[in-house]
Design a protein around this ligand. Structure first.
Ligand code: DI6
Ligand code: FE
Length: 409
């Protein structure tokens, strides 16, 4: 039913609804979107709008395209310092794993993040979140993983939420205490995992600062057995899980994520067929991270054909982090997902909207339809494929967050 009055009505626009049941991009040409409060109330052809409908504010979009607000479903954007010196070393031949073994890499960012108080951490992280927001990203997942002790892990998650409130974007937080073994637990990975399970996860659950739990299952990270222990603790505390899986080697990460009904398994360059099938069965989203693939000069491409064949939803994200993906442009990742992984532009955009929302367990956004949250971006493009076609496209002219036209930051 059409309400008598909208708070905000967007007209003179084409609408990429991203609804699966509505053709390519769920496109509606010459469309309109009506919003009441923070919710979409009407989407359709402008000609089908009732003549007498009123709107407090009408925004004419000059023939632009409206998409759902973008969703960046995998970032580590709250951290201190940067690792440009390691970048220089890698260019001279050192590998990511070499640097990690020598106490650099994640451990270097842990030292800087522990040393920063909340204000300093927020000040250093704010420009990264603001850059994403300026590009039409309205929902951002942020992981911890650079504190590696309960107090500093929770500090990262609090800063992430505070920045979301300040910048007006929805932030979902993920506890990634099982990212690396901290120096206090050197050569005692099992003891650190016990500490994560018995101290950090319960504390995060008590404080209500984590929406999910993640782990880095890898030869230079945690074993499948350790990952399963982290997942069991998460489940005991009512938290859904996600997994950094099969990024550098095949550790059966896809299957391990699926067996825990993970919201997503992420990276997946080395995921085997059984893992893909298990993910399909569990409804686990495959989150592809072309920035990390590119930065590590990886050559093994994730099994996109198998994901398609098995019907695994594919998402695309920045993996914004100081080591393997110092990226703050989700649009650039759309292009890279197409060029490097051979996604179609439509798949890439689904990966940054509807499937990314699903990777966060959010079913109130990611598409444009009545009843969903009114997060939208308005783009000066002739066709939606342009968002992925450009190598880092122009930002949206307008962004609507929760029904309000956003201020520029
Ligand atoms: N995989 C990654 O690509 C990031 N973390 C992870 O588990 C890298 C994090 C870093 O190098 O700081
Ligand atoms: Fe990551």
């Amino acid at each position: 039913m059409t309400p008598a009055r909208f708070d905000l009505l967007l007209v003179d626009a084409h609408v990429a609804t991203m609804r699966a049941d509505a053709g390519a991009y769920g496109a509606i040409r010459d469309g309109a979107v009506g919003i009441v409060g923070d919710t979409i109330a009407w989407v359709g052809r402008r000609g089908d709008l009732p003549r007498d409908v009123a709107a407090a504010t009408t925004l004419a979009c000059d023939g632009a395209w409206l998409t759902p607000g973008l969703v960046d479903c995998h970032t580590h954007l709250v951290y201190a310092g940067n690792r440009s010196a390691e970048f220089e070393r890698r260019l001279l031949g050192a590998t990511y794993a070499d640097i990690a073994r020598e106490g650099g890499g994640i451990a270097a960012t842990v030292r800087a993040t522990r040393a920063a108080d909340e204000a300093a951490l927020a000040a250093q992280s704010r420009p990264r979140m603001a850059a994403l927001a300026a590009e039409g990203v309205t929902t951002i997942e942020v992981k911890s993983g650079y504190g590696l002790c309960t107090a500093d892990e929770l500090k990262q998650l609090r800063v992430a939420r505070k920045l979301g409130g300040e910048l007006g974007v929805t932030v979902r937080t993920t506890l990634l205490a099982a990212h690396a073994v901290p120096p206090e637990f050197a050569d005692r990975a099992d003891d650190y995992v016990a500490y994560v399970c018995d101290d950090t996860i319960p504390a995060a659950a008590r404080a209500g600062v984590a929406d999910a739990v993640d782990a880095f299952c890898e030869t230079i990270g945690f074993t499948p057995a350790q990952t399963r222990r982290v997942f069991a603790s998460a489940r005991a505390h009512g938290l859904r899980v996600k997994l950094h899986a099969d990024q550098l080697s095949d550790t059966n990460g896809g299957a391990i994520a699926a067996e825990a009904s993970a919201l997503s398994a992420d990276h997946l360059e080395y995921t085997n067929d059984a893992g893909v099938a298990a993910m399909a069965k569990a409804g686990t989203v495959a989150v592809l991270l072309p920035g990390a693939f590119y930065a590590l000069r990886e050559t093994q491409v994730p099994p996109v054909a198998a994901f398609r064949r098995e019907g695994v939803p594919i998402a695309v994200s920045t993996d914004c982090n100081p080591g393997t993906s110092p990226a703050t442009s989700l649009l650039l990742m759309l292009n890279m997902a197409c060029t490097l992984f051979r996604l179609t532009p439509e798949e890439a955009l689904m990966g940054a909207t509807v499937h990314a929302a699903r990777a966060l367990g959010l079913n109130d956004r990611g598409a444009l339809a009545p009843g969903l949250r009114a997060d939208l971006a308005c783009w000066t493009i002739a066709e939606p494929a342009e968002l992925a076609y450009r190598i880092g496209g122009a930002p949206p002219t307008h962004v609507v967050r929760g029904g309000r036209v956003a201020e520029r930051h």
